[in-house]
Write a protein that binds this ligand. Structure first.
Ligand SMILES: [Zn+2]
Length: 474
């Protein structure tokens, strides 16, 4: 048996105002402080489309090679829900803004292109609150109601849970590069539903699908898909039938819970939204947006390997997020050494972010400061050990690399007289080891290097020390 998976991803657009009114979209503000008659669905209030929503959709269209419709239509999707007071959601149905795109993902067997059937604009609902503050009642917050979403529907070309999470990660990377969505799965600004079915391997006919909702992390997406595939195969192998339904993923119980059975688009009685004119997009508009596109992850990665001679792995890590790639390139402007800078950014900087759980923009170690440290390292004023020491110091207290270097006396010594003294002293203090070395125990070199570095308080240049040491031990 094989699985057939299609993903429907909703991304919340980070436009300043909502899709059809001028209410703000700030996350986490006091309940019901960002509402107006339009997004509350008051009778007679008329929606007006926010141009920024279309700009953002065009950006994603260009980045996914989608066909951008000259004319698309808004439709009403009718359903009753307490946090959608109008009784319908403004969406797009048979004439969406974008169609026939694609997204390339990395799999164990190399690159794979996943088709994107369509991307359409729609509005978000409010939020129901079932917390203990509301006994025998439900709290309703309409701050989110009317916020712009893009729904991205993939072709059923995903075969495994790993491919599904790779697709999600690629999409998240892309929308963050485009700065149209913050990609936060936990806060719900990116939400994923999966349509899952199974069939005999190689068969062309689709099995009955189950839609799984409520997976708010990559881990849950993988777990839910694996669970549902295994469940369906078991049902079929036992001679049973799959019932078409919508199910919720329950992360505590690690299983899918049936929510409602059989639901088709005709249940929603879609019809064209009479309050909005058709959306017309001409070539000029598209060209304007094309000019604002940043260098996309794939192109940037290729440039890093081609022009900066970084490995595939290094380029992948550094371009994983736009801010990281920007940080790397700003540092590189000062340090001028791609390999060294790549090592420090993918090593020390990422370690620091992880340890302090902070964002790049919050770091005290700015690209300018890191660039200066790396320059000191390249010009032999610092050795690697002390460069890392200064890096850690700045990460905690700010300050300037050269200042710390001078204050702490960390400047590397290239003075041969000074080096000779340190080496001679260490040899005199350890006569037995010196004898053993001379009689062939050459692995003691590390022991001497350690002692000499300690004596120099890390200031000695390791290459010069090695030279002087070996000379004296002849
Ligand atoms: Zn409003």
């Amino acid at each position: 048996m094989e699985a057939v998976i299609g993903l429907e991803v909703h991304i919340q657009l980070s436009t300043k105002t909502k899709a059809f009114c001028s209410c703000k979209t700030t996350y986490g503000n006091e309940e019901n402080t960002q509402t107006c008659p339009v997004c509350l669905g008051m009778p007679g209030a008329l929606p007006v489309l926010n141009k920024e929503v279309v700009d953002f959709a065009i950006k994603l269209g260009l980045a996914t090679n989608s066909k951008i419709a000259e004319k698309s239509i808004f439709s009403r999707k009718n359903y009753f829900y307490p946090d959608l007071t109008k009784g319908y959601q403004i969406s797009q149905y048979d004439k969406p803004i974008l169609e026939n795109g694609k997204l390339e993902i990395e799999t164990e067997n190399g690159l794979k292109s996943i088709g994107i059937t369509r991307i359409h604009i729609e509005e978000d609902t409010g939020k129901s609150n079932h917390s203990e503050n509301f006994v025998n009642s439900t709290g309703l917050d309409f701050n989110r109601c009317g916020t712009a979403l893009l729904e991205i529907v993939s072709e059923p070309e995903i075969k495994t849970s790993k491919e599904a999470s790779a697709y999600l990660a690629k999409l998240r990377q892309l929308v963050r590069y485009l700065e149209i969505c913050d990609g936060n799965l936990e806060e719900g600004s990116m939400r994923c539903d999966a349509n899952i079915s199974v069939r005999e391997t190689g068969s062309k006919k689709f099995g009955t699908r189950v839609e799984v909702k409520n997976m708010n992390s990559y881990k849950n997406v993988e777990k839910a898909i694996d669970y549902e595939i295994a469940r369906q195969i078991k049902v079929l192998e036992n001679g049973g039938k799959i019932i078409q339904m919508t199910a919720l993923w329950n992360a505590d119980k690690n299983q899918t819970i049936p929510m409602r059975t059989k639901e088709d688009s005709q249940d929603y009685r879609y019809f064209p939204e009479p309050d909005l004119v058709p959306l017309l997009i001409d070539e000029n508009w598209i060209d304007e947006i094309r000019k604002t596109l940043p260098e996309l992850p794939k192109t940037r990665k290729e440039r890093f390997t081609r022009e900066l001679c970084l490995s595939d792995y290094e380029a992948n890590v550094l371009t994983s997020a736009k801010e990281l790639a920007d940080y790397f390139e700003k540092t590189l402007e000062i340090s001028k050494d791609p390999k060294l800078t790549a090592n420090f950014v993918s090593g020390e900087v990422l370690r620091l972010l992880k340890e302090t759980k902070s964002e790049l923009s919050e770091l005290k170690i700015t690209p300018e400061k890191l660039g200066k440290i790396l320059t000191l390292l390249q010009t032999n004023k610092l050795n690697l050990q002390n460069a890392k020491k200064i890096f850690d110091e700045i990460a905690q207290n700010g300050s300037e690399p050269e200042k710390i270097m001078r204050e702490k006396g960390l400047e590397q010594s290239l003075d041969t007289n000074e080096l000779e003294t340190w080496v001679s002293e260490v040899l005199a203090e350890n006569p037995n080891e010196a004898l053993r070395f001379k009689s062939g125990e050459t692995k003691l070199q590390a022991f001497f290097m350690g002692k000499i570095m300690q004596k120099s308080r890390g200031k000695a240049n390791a290459q010069l020390v090695t030279k002087v040491l070996l000379e004296k031990l002849k």
